[in-house]
Ligand binder design. Structure first.
Ligand code: BGC
Length: 755
């Protein structure tokens, strides 16, 4: 398909193309057609563009589980199927780009938009988002990978700079973006509101051009987050191709003037326009792929609701399931027992977050209705309010009365929409005190009490776990919340969700505690690479529920671990057996670590995972490939990822703290050699196979590092004393008898020998 070349457009036309026409449309010029975008991500927030878009109520679409829920499925193929369904809904409304997925790392449990993000771990995040993008784009609809990058808090979100060291930036905050770009080629990337190391992301040349384009080879479009551009010329020059939503003709004219004044090279603007033309071409092909279908694209709302149900069931994590009395674990409940259903979230479920991702569902399954339909005798009491008025004695008394009269109690607890949303961070991870008090009062009269949680961000669960024997974590489950929870509670579905985020014992234990949300528009990422379980494990801190944790109504055994190291990764094989009495799904997790690494590293990092469905008694060998790239650390000396050679510890298990089998795999390293310079330390020079002996010969008498007499004279051996000094400083210490030329010759010989 032919599209207009930038050269065929005037400068003013080109400048105008790089900003939106309105909230949801890009502009067109020549045969570059305008493109329609829409939020996103867990459903289609389609609003009429004639309406004031920022607050317009969207038309109904399927509300799938938001990322915080879906991530708990640990199922990229499910994310792909959700992506396909979203693609169909977008096509149905002629939407060319859906603004998602959100893949920022959950740095602090307090992050206000954590519900829109997958995990504290880049690998899990990347795997889920890759599936989602592939599914969406298979329908001829583009994704917008957001928010690029290091947008991990809502506080001061349009100004605050995320101040991050290179290792943390690369290993934690950019890793998932790179992986999804490599594996799924999203049509667009959305640059975030915040700054990075002092430079606003929308005008950050390092991030948008050097890393994204030059290092990663990304050739799609960079669109700004809505209102993220403060300076059009600086943004285009940095690599932000499209400013959304619509800064207006005055802003376009300013950009054109900046180009005329030579402040922005015209070829940079041309490249932005070429990418817009390319997006327009992709969108046209996407639309064309649906044209001519007999009944138009359409979609089956019931089938999509069924998929939302499946996704929700897979995303429910059973955190605790103790015995109450002599009847064994409380869950699953039996449909023949009488149930007290308590908590207003049973009748008015919380299933998605607030803000730009908020969609109007096609329908909502209420847990109360679903349980009433499936179980025999159900009584209901709201138990509490979420209006902030605190405990209500009458509501508690009514709840205790129904709980005392029932065989079992299901308590629906959680956070209301007003307590967590886009736009602000949470101040606490506590469950509201009135809900904990209610749980204690109810469990005191009915020991068979199950707590069901709805929330977007992590909650401190110790007070709740102290009073109830069972906890089912629903995070946010989308519009099929009620039927999915009822099916898990009653055992029609065996839960297989796993936490995608650590549940800490205390907020004070979390990595970012002292540096969140920052001050004076700077957020210091002082914990570096130690985010989430990496932090808790490195500090050997207790956790309430570990990353990757989730129980089942059956049990699984692990045996026969075998590891095969190859050049491009490690092949992990393990046999998993369903040792219980129900069919179930296990999420097999692989963690890798390198004891004795030359750099600071967490004891273990998620390196792969897979799901296996097993009938009672059934065994299956599971193969998981750990990619070599996932073993690498970022070496700031050479500005690239490096795989160290060595014996990697590979542990396989059911969570980051339930590791069942451990083995070792030897990997050849990348053969990194840092050239020796005058700034290399004496220890580094002596350790070099060529420079070491030469230095010993040449300077041995002046630097008698092995001489016991020298050690006696100084009270310490000489190497301990001077080993960390750069070799170049020996010129001065030797009074000039070691010359710069002598050292340079020696270093050159060593560097030449190393090739
Ligand atoms: C959000 C984006 C969203 C955009 C359009 C922004 O405020 O940060 O995630 O896609 O608005 O609604």
């Amino acid at each position: 398909m032919r599209v207009t070349e930038p050269t065929a457009l005037t400068l003013d036309e080109k400048a105008a193309l790089t900003s939106g026409a309105n909230f949801w449309w890009t502009k067109g010029a020549g045969d570059i057609a305008a493109v329609r975008v829409s939020d996103g991500p867990h459903g289609l927030r389609w609003t009429d563009t004639d309406a004031p878009s920022v607050v317009a109520v969207s038309k109904p679409s399927t509300c799938f589980p938001p990322a915080a829920g879906l991530a708990q499925s640990w199922d990229p193929s499910l994310a792909e199927r959700v992506g396909v369904a979203l693609g169909r809904e977008c096509r149905d409304r002629n939407v060319d780009v859906l603004l998602g997925p959100g893949i920022n790392i959950k740095r602090s449990p307090l992050g206000g938009r954590n519900f829109e993000y997958y995990s504290e771990d880049p690998l899990l995040t990347a795997a889920m988002a890759t599936g989602w993008v592939r599914g969406l784009q298979s329908q001829g609809v583009g994704a917008s990978l957001k928010h690029f990058a290091a947008n991990n808090a809502e506080h001061d979100r349009m100004r605050a700079s995320s101040d991050i060291d290179p290792r943390a930036l690369r290993e934690i905050y950019l890793r998932a973006f790179h992986r999804v770009i490599q594996d799924a080629a999203p049509w667009t990337v959305m640059c975030s509101y915040n700054g990075l190391n002092g430079v606003l992301v929308s005008q950050n040349h390092f991030l948008l051009t050097q890393v994204l384009r030059e290092e990663w080879g990304y050739d799609g479009l960079v669109v700004s987050d809505w209102g993220a551009v403060a300076d059009r010329a600086a943004a285009v020059a940095a690599g932000c191709d499209l400013a959304m939503p619509s800064p207006g003709p005055g802003s376009d004219a300013e950009l054109a003037a900046a180009v005329r004044a030579g402040l922005v090279p015209e070829d940079v603007l041309d490249r932005a326009v070429a990418r817009l033309a390319d997006l327009s071409r992709k969108a046209a092909l996407g639309r064309a792929s649906w044209a001519g279908r007999e009944a138009g694209p359409g979609y089956d709302a019931n089938a999509h609701h069924a998929l939302a149900w499946e996704a929700a069931t897979r995303s429910i994590a059973l955190l605790k399931n103790d015995a109450a009395g002599d009847r064994g674990p409380v869950l699953p409940l039996s449909a023949s027992e009488s149930l007290a259903v308590i908590g207003m979230f049973a009748a008015s479920p919380r299933y998605q977050g607030g803000g730009s991702s908020h969609v109007t569902p096609t329908k909502v399954d209420s847990p109360l209705e679903a349980l009433t339909a499936a179980a025999g005798a159900v009584t209901y009491a709201p138990g509490f309010t979420v209006d902030g008025s605190g405990p209500d004695e009458a509501l508690v008394a009514a709840a205790v009365a129904v709980a005392g009269a029932a065989d079992a109690t299901v308590l629906f607890l959680g956070l209301s929409a007003a307590q967590e949303s886009e736009g602000f961070d949470r101040a606490t991870i506590e469950l509201p005190a009135e809900q904990v008090q209610l749980a204690a009062a109810v469990a005191a009269v009915n020991p068979r009490t199950v707590a069901v949680l709805s929330h977007g961000g992590v909650l401190r669960l110790a007070p709740l776990a102290a009073v109830v024997p069972a906890i089912l974590d629903g995070a946010l489950l989308g519009q099929a919340v009620g039927s999915a929870l009822a099916d898990v509670l009653l055992g029609a579905v065996n839960p297989s969700g796993r936490l995608a985020e650590t549940v800490p014992v205390r907020i004070e234990d979390t990595a970012a505690f002292l540096n969140f949300p920052g001050e004076h528009s700077h957020v210091r990422y002082g914990e570096g690479i130690y985010v989430g379980y990496r932090w808790h494990d490195a500090r050997d801190l207790p956790v309430e529920y570990a990353f990757g944790h989730g129980l089942s109504y059956t049990s699984f055994g692990y045996s026969g671990l075998s590891l095969a190291g190859a050049r491009d990764g490690i092949e992990v094989r393990v046999t998993v057996t369903n040792t219980g009495e129900r069919a179930g799904r296990e999420i097999v997790q692989v963690y890798a670590g390198l004891t004795g690494s030359s750099v600071s590293r967490p004891p273990r990092e998620l390196a792969g995972f897979a799901a296996v469905d097993l009938l009672p008694g059934e065994s299956q060998e599971v193969t998981i490939t750990v990619r070599r790239a996932d073993l690498a650390y970022w070496d700031r000396r050479v500005n690239r990822f490096v795989v160290e050679g060595g014996s990697y510890t590979v542990a396989v298990g059911a969570s980051s703290r339930d590791l069942r089998l451990t083995g070792h795999a030897t990997m050849a390293g990348d053969g990194l050699r840092i050239p020796l310079t005058l700034n290399s330390t004496i220890t580094e020079v002596l350790a070099d196979p060529v420079a070491g002996p030469l230095a010993g010969e040449a300077f041995g008498t002046l630097m008698p590092v092995d001489d016991p007499a020298a050690a006696d004279a100084l009270g310490v051996d000489l190497l301990s004393l001077i080993g960390s000094s750069p070799i170049g400083r020996m010129i001065s210490f030797s009074g000039g008898s070691i010359t710069r030329e002598m050292i340079e010759q020696l270093l050159a010989a060593a560097n030449a020998a190393a090739g």
